[in-house]
Design a protein around this ligand. Structure first.
Ligand code: ATP
Length: 370
């Protein structure tokens, strides 16, 4: 079966989830529609309380929606929960599953038995995964003595034991240092790319991580999807103007002379050499200018005008907006303000998942009934 023949990894329509709470019920999800094709690395970004964990709980069968429906690889998350659990797994940041007194190998073997792997296959798979996640040296070390990064590698190995088609990663690099986070990202990317159709749904508060990893991202807030698209599409959403950083050897009259040109929205001084010696724009002085244009086409007029004014362009580069800019514009506040480091919530790996020896490209035919 080719990748194009696979059912969507996630299909959700009109998902609402209302928690009974005092003094008033809380609408955690307010009509979520989502389509994630098989093989996609999909990101869910949103401030604290946006509803990400609630959505993941619904998609991983840990919580029922109040309204709407969702399917994971064609299986209904409510009516076919058992089949959904067979094809998915979840790894959360700061997860402390298992027993510290066991060794890495023993711990994974214990989980392999929860997932229903036969004894010998279980040991083989455990050893393969220990090598794959880079824990060979810690194979016989007690889990309680692992570093945070090593423990998270162990959690990923646990999450791959049942050979899932879709892996939910809920803030997987929470609390990891730069190199441990990088190693973990490389690990999950390698896993995903190894077999066409393997799918990842990632939630993270780290914008750069989402930008680097995700094919597409949904920005959610207050239980709704505010925007969805590739990182590049999202950036275009908020930045309709083109921003350039321009450096010239001098510019008589300073940046103000550029603002009179057609298509120039703004031209402001960024930084300059020898600022203390001369006023901005004096002859013989190198200038750095932030240039905002209505569109890229206006650049030609600016370059021409600078030539006529006798200014030489020393450097010119386009300043790309960041995902953080998108987030701020859509959500109304910055990610740093919105993000609070917190321990992983109670989402536990779904127990007793039988083994799934087949790749997403080869679903068991009778199970893919729609
Ligand atoms: P974070 O980034 O902080 O993990 P989140 O996007 O995962 O946030 P959720 O945990 O899904 O957000 O919470 C969405 C809303 O539902 C919040 O207002 C939260 O207070 C509320 N909520 C979540 N779980 C429950 C619960 N068990 N009972 C009542 N309200 C809840």
């Amino acid at each position: 079966m080719s990748r194009a023949d696979l059912p969507a990894a996630i299909e959700a329509r009109g998902i609402r989830r209302i928690y009974a709470a005092r003094p008033a019920p809380i609408v955690a999800l307010d009509g979520i529609d989502l389509d994630v094709p098989a093989g996609e690395f999909f990101g869910l970004l949103g401030p604290n309380g946006a509803g990400k964990t609630t959505l993941i709980k619904i998609l991983t069968t840990l919580l029922a929606p109040s309204e709407g429906w969702a399917r994971v690889f064609g299986f209904d998350v409510v009516r076919q929960a058992k089949q959904v659990r067979r094809v998915m797994n979840i790894v959360s940041g700061g997860e402390q599953s298992g027993y510290g007194i066991l060794t890495v190998r023993e711990q994974l073997w214990m989980f392999s038995q929860f997932y229903g792997l036969p004894g010998r296959d279980g040991w083989r798979r455990v050893d393969e995964l220990i090598d794959a996640v880079g824990l060979a040296e810690q194979r016989n070390q007690r889990v309680s003595t692992l570093s945070t990064g090593q423990r998270q590698k162990l959690n990923v190995a646990r999450g791959l034991l049942n050979d899932p088609w879709i892996l939910f990663l809920d803030e997987p690099t929470l609390g990891l240092d730069v190199s441990a986070a990088r190693a973990l990202r490389a690990l999950v990317v390698d896993w995903q790319r190894a077999v066409p159709g393997r799918t990842i749904l990632l939630t993270t508060h780290y914008m750069a991580e989402a930008d680097e990893l995700c094919d597409r991202i949904a920005i959610v807030d207050r239980g709704r999807v505010l925007a969805i698209g590739s990182p590049a599409e999202l950036r275009r959403l908020v930045h309709r103007e083109s921003i350039f950083r321009l450096e010239v050897d001098h510019l008589d009259g300073g940046p103000a002379v550029l603002t009179r040109l057609p298509g120039v929205v703004a031209a402001t001084l960024a930084a300059q050499d020898g600022a203390e010696e001369a006023a901005a724009g004096a002859a013989g002085q190198r200038l750095a200018i932030n240039l905002v244009l209505a569109d890229d086409a206006a650049l030609g007029g600016v370059v021409g005008a600078l030539g006529e004014l006798g200014s030489r362009i020393v450097a010119l580069r386009k300043a790309e907006p960041t995902l953080e800019d998108v987030f701020v514009e859509l959500v109304g506040r910055g990610f740093e303000e919105a993000a609070v480091e917190h321990p992983a919530d109670e989402v536990a790996p779904a127990p007793a998942i039988p083994p799934s020896a087949h790749a997403p490209g080869e679903p068991e035919p009778e199970e893919v009934a729609r």
